[in-house]
Ligand binder design. Structure first.
Ligand SMILES: [Zn+2]
Length: 599
C-alpha cells in the first residue's frame, strides 16, 4: 500500500512536470492549427438500432460477450500475479503458453463498454467494472500488465494498444473511475518491454511481430485524457512516417507485400495524428491508401489481403488467390480497420464515397461472419474461392475475437454523423438518433428493409420547429437518381459530395421517404480477369448457394427472379438446372461460390 501511494504521488508529480514542460514547448513552437472537419461522430449513447440484420448481430454479440466468464478471462493474469485463479484456463491464443497470452481482455472490456453506453444495459457496465478491478488486482507494485512471457517479449505494443482502448472506454463510457488511473500504471508497466522507437513489420512470419505503428492513435487519446506528455512522445516515436505515411502522402503505392490488417489499422493513427498535429500529409496518406485499397486490393466484399498480405497490383494476384488459399480476408480485424479508416475520411472530407466503402464492408465483411460459439471458436478468415464454407479459426480466442465485439459495438457510429448544419444519414438501417439543434431536441427515426428492399422512411420528432439539413448518402452504385418524397410529395434535393441535401424547417411528424432502385450488377475480380465476376445488388454481394461442383458460371443478372416466400433470395433456371443466390451475410453452413465466369 505504501509503495502504491508513493508511486501515485510520483506519477502526479511527473504529470505536473510534463504539463509544465509541454506548456513551455508550445510557447516556443507553433501550435498545430485547429482542425475543423465537416462531419463528426455521434456519441455511442445517441444512436440505437431498432431492427434488421445489423441489430440481430448486435444483440447476439451483446449476449455472447456478456456471458464470458470473468474468472476465466482473468485466470492467466491472476496466475502470473500469484493470486488465486479459480477460472478454467481459456486456452488458444489467450492462454499462458498461447500465441498472444491475455491479448484481448482490453478489447472485450472496450466492446462491452461501448455496447453498454448504447443500450443502457447496466450489466455491461458492471462487467466492465468487475474486469477492470480484477485486472488491476494483478498488476502489483511493478504494474506488470502482461499475462505471460510471450506477451512481454513478442507482442507488448499490440497488447498495450488493447489495454489502453479498454481502460479509456471503461472510464469514458462505463464511468469506471479506477480505469483512468490505470491508464498510466499500465503504460509505465509496459515501458520496460516496448521499444524506444517504432519499426515496421516486414513479412508475416518474421519476428519481431510486434506492431509499434498500431499504437499512436491510442497513445494520443491517452495523452488527451491524462495530459501525460509521455504518451504524446511515444506516439510521435511510433508514427510510421518514413516507411509508410510519407511515401503514401507522396502518391506512392507502398502496400504490396505488407501485412494487411496492421497497416490499415495504422491509418487510424494517421487520422488521429492529423487531428493532434494539424499536418495534412496524414490526410493525403489516408486518401491515397484508401484509393489504392479500393482500386487495386479489394474483393467485392470490401475485404483485402489474401494470406494477410497486400498483393502486387495489375498481375492478376487477386484472381490467383481464389485458387491458392482459403484465407482471403481477415474479416473481423480487417473490417474494423477499414471501417475506422472510412469514418476518419468521411468526417475529414465530408465525401460520401467513403460511406460507400464503409457500407460495403459492413454488410459483406463483419455482418457476414460465422457467429462465435460459447467457448472460444471464432470467425477469422473469409473464403472467396469456389465451393467455400464459413468456418471457425482452428485456434481458440484469436485476434478477431477482440475486434469482432469492438466492430459490432461500433455499428451505431457508422449510421449517422453530425454536420455543422444538421445530420448525415450514412447507412440505411432501422435505427434512431437523437441530438440537439438550436436548442430543440430532435429525434430521427429510420424504418427500412434496406438493403433487401430499397425504401427508406425517415421521421422527425422535435420539441420545436427547427431548421437544419438532412444529408442522405446516395450510394455510388446507383444508376438512377433516387426519388425523395417529403410528407408524401416529391421534393427536390441538391446533390453535394454524394449526399442528397434536404434543408428546411423541420417539425414533429415530418416524414421523408427515399426509394433506391436495386438492380443486379457484376464486378470483376481484377483488371486482368474481367470475366471472373461477383454478383452484387445494392451494397450486397450475392453468392450461389450449394453450387454444383463442376460448374463455375454465374447466371446472367437479367435471368434472376425473386424466390417466392423468401426475403432477398433469387434464382435462375436454365434447362433443368436451377441456381439459387443469396446475400453473402445470409449464408450459414451451406457451401457457396462468390466468383464465377461470365460471358
Ligand atoms: Zn484478426
Amino acid at each position: 500500500m505504501d509503495s502504491e501511494i508513493t508511486r501515485r504521488d510520483f506519477l502526479a508529480g511527473a504529470a505536473a512536470v510534463a504539463l509544465a514542460s509541454g506548456a513551455q514547448a508550445s510557447a516556443h513552437s507553433a501550435a498545430p492549427p485547429p482542425v475543423f472537419d465537416p462531419l463528426a461522430e455521434f456519441d455511442y449513447g445517441a444512436v440505437e438500432l431498432t431492427g434488421g440484420p445489423l441489430k440481430r448481430q448486435y444483440d447476439r454479440i451483446h449476449a455472447a460477450y456478456l456471458a464470458l466468464d470473468d474468472d476465466r478471462l482473468l485466470e492467466v493474469y491472476r496466475e502470473r500475479a500469484g493470486l488465486p485463479a479459480p477460472g478454467e484456463p481459456m486456452g488458444g491464443w489467450y492462454g499462458r503458453d498461447g500465441f498472444v497470452p491475455g491479448h484481448s481482455l482490453g478489447q472485450y472490456i472496450s466492446g462491452l463498454a461501448r455496447i453498454g453506453r448504447t443500450t443502457g444495459d447496466a450489466a455491461c457496465a458492471s462487467k466492465v467494472a468487475a474486469l477492470v478491478e480484477g485486472f488491476a488486482a494483478t498488476l502489483g507494485p511493478k504494474d506488470r500488465c502482461f499475462a505471460a512471457p510471450n506477451a512481454e517479449n513478442i507482442w507488448p505494443c499490440y497488447i498495450l494498444d488493447k489495454h489502453l482502448a479498454g481502460l479509456m472506454d471503461a472510464h469514458q463510457l462505463s464511468g469506471v473511475a479506477q480505469a483512468r488511473e490505470l491508464i498510466q500504471r499500465v503504460f509505465h508497466g509496459a515501458l520496460p518491454y516496448i521499444p524506444e522507437r517504432g519499426h515496421d513489420r516486414i513479412g508475416k512470419k518474421d519476428p519481431p511481430y510486434d506492431e509499434t505503428y498500431v499504437l499512436p492513435e491510442s497513445l494520443f487519446l491517452a495523452y488527451e485524457l491524462t495530459q501525460d506528455r509521455a504518451f504524446y512522445d511515444r506516439a510521435m516515436a511510433y508514427l510510421l512516417d518514413r516507411d509508410y505515411f510519407d511515401p503514401l502522402a507522396a502518391g506512392q503505392d507502398v502496400l504490396p507485400g505488407r501485412h494487411a490488417y496492421s497497416h490499415v489499422i495504422a491509418l487510424s493513427s494517421a487520422g488521429k495524428a492529423r487531428l493532434v498535429l494539424g499536418d495534412e500529409k496524414y490526410l493525403r496518406a489516408m486518401q491515397n491508401a484508401s484509393h489504392l485499397l479500393q482500386s487495386t486490393q479489394q474483393f467485392a466484399t470490401g475485404g483485402w489481403g489474401p494470406n494477410e498480405t497486400f498483393i502486387a497490383p495489375h498481375k492478376g494476384q487477386l484472381y490467383a488467390s481464389l485458387h491458392t488459399t482459403n484465407d482471403h480476408f481477415e474479416t473481423p480485424c480487417g473490417s474494423y480497420a477499414a471501417i475506422k479508416l472510412a469514418r476518419y475520411l468521411l468526417c475529414t472530407t465530408g465525401d460520401a464515397r467513403y460511406g460507400d466503402g464503409l457500407e460495403r464492408v459492413v454488410f459483406n465483411g463483419i455482418l457476414a461472419v460465422k457467429e462465435p460459439d460459447a467457448d472460444g471458436d471464432y470467425p477469422y478468415y473469409s473464403t472467396y474461392g469456389a465451393g467455400a464454407r464459413k468456418v471457425f479459426y482452428p485456434k481458440k480466442w484469436p485476434c478477431c475475437s477482440g475486434t469482432l465485439v469492438e466492430g459490432v459495438a461500433d455499428c451505431v457510429k457508422n449510421i449517422y454523423f453530425r454536420a455543422r448544419d444538421g445530420v448525415v444519414v450514412n447507412l440505411y438501417a432501422p435505427s434512431r438518433a437523437q441530438w440537439t439543434e438550436h436548442g430543440a431536441e430532435i429525434t430521427l427515426t429510420q424504418e427500412t428493409d434496406y438493403p433487401l428492399r430499397g425504401t427508406v422512411a425517415l421521421r422527425v420528432t422535435s420539441t420545436a420547429p427547427t431548421e437544419f439539413a438532412l444529408r442522405l448518402r446516395v450510394p455510388g452504385w446507383m444508376a438512377a437518381t433516387p426519388q425523395l418524397r417529403l410528407n408524401g410529395k416529391p421534393v427536390h434535393a441538391d446533390l453535394q459530395q454524394g449526399f442528397a441535401v434536404v434543408r428546411r424547417r423541420w417539425a414533429s411528424g415530418d416524414a421523408l421517404t427515399i426509394e433506391f432502385p436495386l438492380q443486379f450488377r457484376m464486378e470483376a475480380i481484377d483488371d486482368l480477369h474481367p470475366e471472373t465476376v461477383a454478383l452484387l445488388r445494392g451494397p450486397l454481394v450475392y453468392v450461389e448457394q450449394n453450387p454444383a461442383q463442376d460448374e463455375v458460371a454465374h447466371a446472367s443478372p437479367e435471368a434472376l427472379r425473386p424466390v417466392a416466400g423468401t426475403s432477398g433470395v433469387f434464382s435462375s433456371s436454365a434447362g433443368n438446372r436451377t441456381r439459387t443466390y443469396a446475400p453473402f451475410h445470409m449464408v450459414r453452413d451451406e457451401a457457396y461460390t462468390m466468383y464465377a465466369q461470365h460471358g
